[in-house]
Design a protein around this ligand. Sequence first.
Ligand SMILES: Cc1ncc(C[n+]2csc(CCOP(=O)(O)OP(=O)(O)O)c2C)c(N)n1
Ligand SMILES: [Mg+2]
Length: 410
Amino acid sequence: MADAGMLRFHVPEPEVRPGGTPDFSNVTIPKAGSVPRPEIDVDPRTIRDMAFSIIRVLNRAGEAVGPWSGLLTEEELLEGLRNMMRLRTFDARMQMAQRQGKTSFYMQHLGEEAVSCAFRKALKPGDMNFPTYRQAGLLIADGYPMVTMMNQIYSNEADPLKGRQLPIMYSSKEHGFFSISGNLATQYIQAVGWAMASAISNDSRIAAAWIGDGSTAESDFHAALVFASTYKAPVILNVVNNQWAISTFQGIARGGSGTFAARGLGFGIPALRVDGNDYLAVHAVAKWAAERARKNLGPTLVEYVTYRVGAHSSSDDPSAYRPKAESDAWPLGDPIIRLKNHLIHRGVWSEDRHIQAEAEILETVIAAQKEAESHGTLHAGGKPSTRDMFEGVYAEMPPHLRRQRQQAGV
Ligand SMILES: Cc1ncc(C[n+]2csc(CCOP(=O)(O)OP(=O)(O)O)c2C)c(N)n1
Ligand SMILES: [Mg+2]
């Protein structure tokens, strides 16, 4: 049959599948320091090309270069390194705890530690994040107690959420961490709504919306952009592009747009892409976007270009859909090693101090774990009270729930 007139359906495919050689030659990486830093009140139409570039500060020699560098002190950088190391150690221990049956579920941040740890430092107390399950660094970098996070993961008697949430779905109003929703993308419109409410009530607190590459395919993402751009909401619209949405590669949700950042252009929202494995670049871009929000200049869309080194969750096996060595081939490296090398280059850190810090951090994480486990784990020890199940939803308990509670004898 002649081909003329026959329609074809297009399904984007990843470049390589298991067994193949990883290849990221299609990811264009600009030189560190090469992307300009515009004024925060720049006309978005004049910076459209930034949605297709990548802002980078740390170069391959470990130097911090260009107009986005120089915002953090050495103490702040050392703290950043420690926070990322704490998150990585926490992840490793909790992943192991899941394999030991102490919790039903865990999600790691391996390779993405810079995104949430550095971002947190651009916010002020009272600002509110609407995170996904892959931003625990927002809590860790803000000093939220690890033992409380573990209590939540174990759903034990000290779990502040009383076993009502899936493990890792933390919530802390005091630390600006809105309750995580398992229904992807719902938090994006909530963040914009919260930011609008803050502005309507003449408050000074800003919001940060978080979403993964895959979840931008949800209509909530697009609806959020309409409201954010129309009302110039004081919100930072974050998209964490870690290349994968479980087994689906980012090309499916990205479609033909070129980049996720470019989604903002149709709405007139300034859109930046940043090296998500560069602690300094993430912080500088977050700060730029936060200043815009605080000065009533409206939303900023930020795409963090990173790579999900670990499995999607403890229930996932990535060897079924991507080459095993793909993470080694990722051209933007590892966020902890890159910051470590930078600090060594500056003469304020060393290989020995790094090894010592690793050991100290492991010790404190193990101590927190012991304390959390003394309050119970999934199948052993203390649990939230059955009574908790009935409380915390209604201001006044409806009669049918009161009856059920009486029947349960709690
Ligand atoms: C509305 C909705 N659809 C599907 C799912 C199942 N699901 C959970 S995580 C996930 C992948 C999300 O990928 P991405 O947004 O890229 O975030 P990442 O896990 O890579 O951080 C999917 C499909 C869900 N939880 N909610
Ligand atoms: Mg993803």
